[in-house]
Design a protein around this ligand. Sequence first.
Ligand code: SF4
Length: 94
Amino acid sequence: MVKDAEDPEFACRPGCGACCIAPSITTPIPGMPNGKPAGVPCVQLDENYQCRLFGSPERPTVCEAFSAEPMICGEDREEAIRILEDLEQHCSLG
Ligand code: SF4
């Protein structure tokens, strides 16, 4: 269930990974020195859709700065991907 935007407990949805697939990333990622195109899963995304670099200083700054929030994450993973694809077409996320 998506919580209110003001809710400090709003957390990343387990098994999602939408923000590591849908947007392009223009800065280097370990294993992807030129960043990644939109729609391509990051090589650091594991089989459980979790970041292998979480908590590591190697994790890109853009990823550290991005946090889960209801307006982007939507009600489910499919909605998150749609929202992120739409944002990708209209503005650069990273
Ligand atoms: S480095 Fe981690 S947080 Fe950033 S896009 Fe890749 S998997 Fe996602």
